[in-house]
Design a protein around this ligand. Structure first.
Ligand code: MG
Ligand code: ZN
Length: 233
């Protein structure tokens, strides 16, 4: 079978499994989010803050995806979260099959919010449906504003863009107007929230977004399930 066809078949079976997860999440009234960004944008920092803020109000479980090690899982644990680590052993994204190996550790009955931290990568995580309801993307100010133009697929799949490290704005070139302009071409309806996970600025906006989106689980349509290019990473 030609490579492209084979890869499309892999994506199709991934989608089928992800749809099964989605059905289970909806049945159990669980909201699931897929957190994606480049390495170092602050995904784990955001999750630490989120867990600490909501842990007494909501049932939360975190799945950490990394190529190697459990550094991030340890951080979430320290923040008071329930967490498990997936090591992809070289793969630069999570897929539904990897998720299926840890979802049996999750007690759905006690769960309101499932947070999946994807592998830090702006390319292929966007191609793999995990059955989650929302793609939450982070972009940190030191990364600059050219990323949507360079990695449009990731930004086109995002439901929310969190601009992190706004405390560094005085020291970096981050032209917010230019960012908005490029996003208009890629995903005009994209919501943006500016935060600093370090100082806490803006985090209340993120908590509000999350609270607003948690009860809507069952009414959401699947995302990430359209036709895509084959994955090669
Ligand atoms: Mg991380
Ligand atoms: Zn990959």
């Amino acid at each position: 079978m030609p490579r492209i066809q084979l890869l499309n078949r892999v994506l199709a079976s991934n989608d089928a499994l992800a749809e099964e997860f989605r059905k289970q999440f909806d049945k159990e009234k669980i909201t699931a989010i897929n957190v994606m960004s480049a390495p170092g944008s602050g995904k784990t920092a955001l999750i630490e803050k989120t867990v600490a803020h909501f842990k007494d109000k909501l049932g939360i479980f975190v799945i950490e995806g990394d190529i190697k090690g459990d550094l991030d899982a340890k951080r979430v644990l320290k923040a008071g979260g329930k967490v498990t680590q997936i090591n992809t052993d070289g793969a630069c994204h999570l897929d539904a099959f990897m998720l299926s190996r840890v979802l049996n550790k999750v007690d759905y009955k006690k769960l309101d919010l499932l947070i999946v931290e994807n592998v830090g990568n702006l390319v292929c995580p966007a191609e793999f449906n995990l059955g989650t309801h929302y793609n939450v993307m982070l972009l940190s100010t030191p990364e600059g504003v050219d990323k949507p133009t360079k990695y449009p697929l990731m930004f086109s799949k995002a439901d929310l863009l969190i601009i992190n490290k706004i405390d560094l704005m005085p020291y970096v070139d981050f032209d917010f107007k230019a960012l908005e302009k490029s996003l208009k071409l890629i995903r005009p309806s994209l919501e943006i929230i500016k935060v600093s996970c370090k100082t806490g600025e803006g985090l209340s906006d993120w908590y509000r977004w999350l609270t607003d989106h948690i009860p809507q689980t069952a009414r959401r349509k699947p995302r990430n399930s359209g036709k895509r290019k084959a994955h090669s990473g």
